[in-house]
Design a protein around this ligand. Sequence first.
Ligand code: FEO
Ligand code: CA
Ligand code: CA
Ligand code: CA
Length: 660
Amino acid sequence: MSQIKPTPSTSRAIEDAEDAGSNPVKTPTIGDIVAARLSRRALGRGLLAVMAVDAVLPLTSASDARAVEVGDTSRFTFAEVTAGSDETHHVAQGYDADVLIRWGDGVLADVKPFSPLKQTADDQAQQFGYNNDFIGFLPFDGKSDHGLLVVNHEYTSAEMMFPGLGALDKDARREAITLEHVATEMMAHGGSVIEVKRVDGKWTVVASSPYARRITADTVIEISGPARGHIKMQTVADPTGTRVSGMLNNCAGAMTPWGTWLTCEENINGYFYNKSALDAHPDKAALKRYGVPAEWYVWGKFHDRFDIGREPNEANRFGWVVEIDPREPNSTPVKRTALGRFKHEGAGNIVNSDGRFVVYQGDDERFDYVYKFVTRDAVVLGDPKANKNLLDHGTLYVARFEADGTGRWLPLVHGQGPLFAANGFIDQGDVVIFARQAADLLGATPMDRPEDVDVNPTTHSVYVMLTNNSKRKDSQIDAANPRSNNKFGHIIELKPDGNDHAAVTFTWNILVTCGDPSIAAVGAKFNPLTTKDGWFGMPDNCAVDALGRLWIATDGNSASRTGRTDGVWALETEGAARGTSKLFYRVPVGAELCGPCFTPDMETLFVAVQHPGESDDDDPNAKPASFETPTTRWPDFKPDMPARSAIVAITKPGGGKIGV
Ligand code: FEO
Ligand code: CA
Ligand code: CA
Ligand code: CA
């Protein structure tokens, strides 16, 4: 029996790994420093410079002002929740927040009731997976009370999921994890498709739906686009480089206008194993740039493909955007490699004015980049099958933010700029597989961990959630990442030139800098109308509602860090109240809030409560949480039931739009 000592939670291990960052080009050039200084000197002179640094200025463009009716107060009308931290969740007065489905609940027909002390891989393969993240709603016939809900299952935390592991230190826990544990973890990853219906105001999961589906770390997935068949995608199990088993660490995502689900692989490095094989690996530099192998999981002990010494290319087959058609339960999901390989957060998208499809993407690592993908062809609306291979052809770009409030999208195209063979890029397959190194060569701007990037289709503003970056030094600040030791993050608003999302130029400004605005040293900027409950730290996911209003979901708030749990905040983006934030919903202790998703009629907001019951890792007195000792037993509050991630449906009793 090992000595019991605090072992960080799996969630914290992931956070710490992102904390390292792997970008070697994160030190700005002297040119950057001069430019940043100039921009500060220009403060108050050029309009763009002002927009770039000020959080709360009202909109200045006449066309924007016409787009929405705004006054000098927030358009969100609910009574704000009091910020805090306790064992349950809280929603604004006058709303119901009902649990719809939890980890372990049945997805496929005939599944046995959830039995957490005797969980098996076979059961888990038919049940709702662990750590629900992105949520997408696909209405039936445009209805807002009946449709399919698609949900990502991002990762597993063995100490919270299985009995008996929490008291062990890190090494002993890894020794204690069995083949059956790993099989169960693999079945708890991926995604779920469920049919949901609202009856008498309340949402239920339709039992035995023909659409019900589980996708796991073992589901067969097709590889399409420039990396399909590439030599760096070929493995012992798949010498053709065209099919891969499973998807991993699916964080956020998006729905497409043709009804498919884009689900994004994020921290894939943690699944790969055998650090001792790194030095001899033929692509050592590339592996290091992606943080592979991080060994958060011991899957490589049991499965050769996760051991980089035995299967050198398997890691290249993860880190992609996966497209799934939830209406076709037997369809094969597809990894769309044209969109690049990195730690994808989400896939916010819009049909551009010229009909092409544009996907905005954040690479969530300290000092990594913001990307977009523009398809070659136009979307065919009303004919889903016509868009089947739309995402296989187009141009991937990475963002460079200039200090004067302008910016440029730099193309990741083989043969253009530095992306040729002498620099290690033999073809477009190399460019997309090693997108991070390609973006390094192009001079993209290293950002403070880009999470969701979402578009407001009414104003054409694009919102970039930058969650935090405690490793940015004073010498590394720039106009777009203006705080060193950025613990609380900020949100950038980006405007494509001419409202053309395919354009290579844009302007940008900072919407809010996050944290407690009452503490001067934090340097937070919200609209002064924001109350003590209304500010937040660590923006992560976001959603734009049918009225064009922005809602922010957070990851990383806690009693010790910000005096509040994570939640959903309504953030005004327009008019004199721009930058005013209000707390609408907060999660139980230990959880983060993911996947905010509105039904088209805005009468329901689905949210994903992820990893409730974990300990507050910033509190030096906190005891490590585990399966046996969670900080809350939400949502069941039964002594024999562990804390469970769950999807919550927020509605108004009697009906009505959310926040109106
Ligand atoms: Fe899975 Fe970047 O959050
Ligand atoms: Ca998460
Ligand atoms: Ca996230
Ligand atoms: Ca996060």
